[in-house]
Design a protein around this ligand. Structure first.
Ligand code: ADP
Ligand code: ASP
Ligand code: MG
Length: 419
């Protein structure tokens, strides 16, 4: 039998009625002749609630216990989905991560897959079971502890199963009917894309579009999984939703295909550091050791202490990182200063920033995207604080209060409103 993977996100399994609705979609695929692997998220809001319990109990919590607690949301929906399918006459059973077993690394809270052996699930399919319902987001480490894959990780569970079982397709059912040119919650002009290239989806996801977890797109690209995003609330067929595919499969595309944004950014500036070889490494080495994910970086001649005879004798360094890593970053810098590795006058944190990015593989062959982006923002009087670019994206850091405005203006400027 051909195998299909179907993943249902939190809103799609938010209550018993929605689980039944999802189960009906599964039954349809079984009737079409598929053996189905269903990956479920926790009911929407449940993982946040569990994280709250952990944080309310222990500030510097043991990450192994964090995982033991937060993984449990998916156990409930997996069991309920299997029960609902049984009620409908579909032979199904649930699997928690450790039962498969889904073997992962031991990085609690952000574990990665090591292997997913097929034999137990294959044996059940051979016995006549039609559906294996697997709890998303979780696995087991070599030490035998429960692990989780990072927020949004059920997408990655789905793609990993599609790869391990050579599934015909991996369908991600969610609360939107596909991948849009930008988050439809921020722009009502956002347009659904029929297809999007893996590389573009990878950039959009890593720049903040949470419709797919970044790692899931990486895996799909590596293992050539046919990945589709579609609505669990609408009637769907094999042409519904958005297909994430190789760029060769996309006939025509615009220079910019999407806009992503992230509110979870912070900007840190070190004022008046020495301008000498090795200073960047003295800053970013300790940040890396502290596990801070530095994103954008700018270094410029300091406005303070600028001396015509010694241009560049001192400089300012600005970088951005996720907002929840600010304390760690500050501590790493203070420790480095105390140890005499770096010297700076002042460290200033700005948490009222957001990152807005335009993404498109067309940028490889078209000049002028940056100029157009900056011009559009200038017209709306949006000041750009930091810029970073790569082959297929340009990101800017701006005041958070202008984020929506910037997204909407860029959406129009790059003609994304129209097909
Ligand atoms: P699930 O619980 O099903 O995993 P998520 O909330 O993780 O769902 O992801 C779906 C959400 O992603 C949508 O409701 C939408 O607001 C958001 N989103 C952000 N960017 C995009 C985009 N470019 N296209 C579609 N949805 C997007
Ligand atoms: N339940 C987990 C979360 O909320 C995983 C997921 O839904 O993908 O992050
Ligand atoms: Mg999600």
């Amino acid at each position: 039998m051909p195998i299909l993977v179907m993943k249902f996100g939190g809103t799609s399994v938010a209550n018993l009625e929605r689980i039944e609705n999802a189960a009906k979609k599964v039954q349809k695929e079984v009737d079409r002749g598929y053996d189905v692997i269903v990956i479920v998220s926790a009911m929407s809001g449940e993982t946040n609630r569990l994280v709250g319990y952990v944080e309310g109990t222990s500030k510097l919590y043991d990450a192994r216990e964090y995982d033991a607690v937060v993984a449990s949301g998916e156990n409930i929906t997996a069991g309920l989905m299997a029960l609902r399918l049984q009620e409908m006459g579909v032979p199904a059973r649930s699997w928690q991560g450790w039962q498969v077993p889904i073997n992962t690394t031991s990085q609690h809270g952000s574990a990665r897959f090591m292997s997913i052996p097929r034999e137990h699930i294959d044996a059940k399919f051979a016995e006549g079971f039609k559906v294996a319902v697997v709890a998303g987001f979780q696995g087991i480490s070599a030490e035998g502890r429960i692990t989780t894959l990072g927020r949004g990780g059920s997408d990655t569970t789905a793609v990993a199963f599609a790869a391990a079982f050579a599934a015909e397709r991996c369908d991600i059912y969610t609360d939107v009917d596909g991948v849009y040119t930008t988050d439809p919650r921020v722009s009502d002009k956002a347009r659904k894309l029929d297809k999007i290239a893996f590389e573009e989806m990878l950039e959009l996801a890593s720049l903040g579009a949470k419709v797919l977890q970044t790692r899931s797109v990486e895996l799909a690209m590596r293992y050539k999984v046919r990945l589709r995003v579609l609505s669990s609330f609408e009637e769907t067929d094999k042409n519904s939703g958005t297909l994430v595919c190789d760029e060769e499969e996309i006939m025509e595309s615009k220079v910019v295909s999407g806009i992503a944004f992230s509110r979870d950014e912070a900007k840190i500036t070190l004022f008046t550091i020495e301008d000498r070889p090795g200073v960047a490494s003295a800053i970013f080495g300790p940040l890396a050791d502290a596990g801070v994910n530095v994103d954008m970086i700018v270094q410029n001649i300091s406005e303070k202490n600028y001396d015509d005879d010694h241009p560049g004798a001192v400089t300012d360094m600005t970088f951005s990182c996720p907002i929840n890593q600010v304390e760690r970053a500050k501590k790493a810098m203070e420790d480095a200063k105390a140890a005499g590795l770096i010297g700076y006058d002042e460290l200033i944190v700005d948490t009222d920033v957001a990152k807005v990015s335009v993404v498109g593989i067309g940028m490889r062959s078209h000049a002028g995207v940056a100029a157009k982006m900056f011009d559009t923002l200038a017209r709306d009087n949006v000041n750009i604080k930091v810029i970073s670019t790569s082959e297929i994206k340009i990101s800017v850091l701006i005041d958070r209060k202008y984020m929506e405005l910037a997204v909407q203006a860029l959406h129009e400027a790059f003609d994304l409103d129209r097909a």
